[in-house]
Design a protein around this ligand. Structure first.
Ligand SMILES: Nc1ncnc2c1ncn2[C@@H]1O[C@H](COP(=O)(O)OP(=O)(O)OP(=O)(O)O)[C@@H](O)[C@H]1O
Ligand SMILES: [Mg+2]
Length: 257
């Protein structure tokens, strides 16, 4: 599998997180997480179920508030923003959630048009069409433009979901379990798409997964969340070159290729 030929700018951080803590009642999920995301980088976050990966991206996107530490996204401290500033910041972040549902009663084109009509009110129908064509072509599904979501496969729906996210030209992409529930071939398509998005749109991305084939295929850098902190980081090989039994168990359980 080909590694992305990305242009990562290590002098520019788009996300800086330091000492982040978060507990629910007595249960400390994040116990001091530090993380930098560089411009143009694909960063993979690995970790067992329930370790706080989704909590982390919810804090990044302002859906949850941390107890301690700080999260700076595109130069702004997320928990210090007014609701209006937060809305503006969120427009620069694309989310691909596990169940990013499409509107079933709308065609693919209408699904993609929806965010544009909502957020780019001055845009002409013609400009909207042009942008829709660009993103549909980028996800390799130009031919589905007039189809209904029910006529698409699971993998195709996932790609349209990503296209809908790309339509507002986000600077940051957050993928939460992008390949969950997909067969190996379809997963590979999604991995290729994540790399294609990085190349074409120069986005910086966090990819949360426990699919190690995905981690290997898309990650420029990999971090592993263990007991509330990032305890391993580096290339795929570096992260797993350890005697730590927890890391070995994660590898043996999740790597199937
Ligand atoms: N809003 C909430 N209220 C209470 N507890 C929560 C809330 N959100 C998350 N948690 C708890 O925090 C822990 C981490 O949850 P999180 O969803 O981040 O896990 P995850 O690493 O994304 O797991 P998975 O791989 O299964 O998606 C879990 O124990 C969960 O029950
Ligand atoms: Mg999760």
């Amino acid at each position: 599998m080909k590694k992305p030929s990305s242009k990562i700018d290590f002098t520019q951080k788009v996300i800086t997180i330091q000492g982040l803590t978060k507990a629910f009642d007595e249960y400390e999920v994040l116990k001091g997480v530090d993380l930098d995301l560089y411009k143009g980088e694909n960063l993979v976050v690995l970790g067992r179920s329930g370790t706080g990966k989704s909590v982390l991206i919810k804090i990044i996107s302002g859906l949850l508030r941390q107890d301690g530490g700080y999260a700076n996204v595109l130069g702004q401290e997320v928990d210090k923003l007014t609701p209006k500033q937060l809305d503006e910041l969120r427009l620069k972040i694309g989310f691909s959630f596990q169940n990013s549902a499409l509107y079933d009663s709308m065609t693919v084109k209408e699904n993609l048009e929806f965010p544009l009509i909502r957020h780019s009110k001055d845009m002409t129908a013609r400009d909207r069409s042009r942008i829709i064509d660009v993103v549909l072509e980028a996800v390799g599904l130009a031919q589905t433009i007039n189809q209904m979501p029910s006529e698409l496969s699971g993998g195709q729906r996932k790609r349209i979901g990503i296209a809908r996210t790309l339509i507002l030209r986000p600077e940051i992409m957050l993928y939460d379990e992008p390949t969950a529930g997909l067969d190996p071939i379809t997963s590979q398509d999604i991995n290729n798409l994540i790399n294609e998005v990085q190349r074409r749109f120069n986005t910086s991305s966090i990819i949360i997964t426990h699919d190690l084939t995905c981690a290997k295929a898309v990650g420029n850098r990999i971090v592993m969340l263990l007991d509330g902190q990032f305890q391993r980081q580096g290339s795929f090989e570096e992260v797993f070159d350890t005697e730590d039994e927890r890391v070995k168990a994660f590898y043996n359980y999740n790597f199937t290729e």
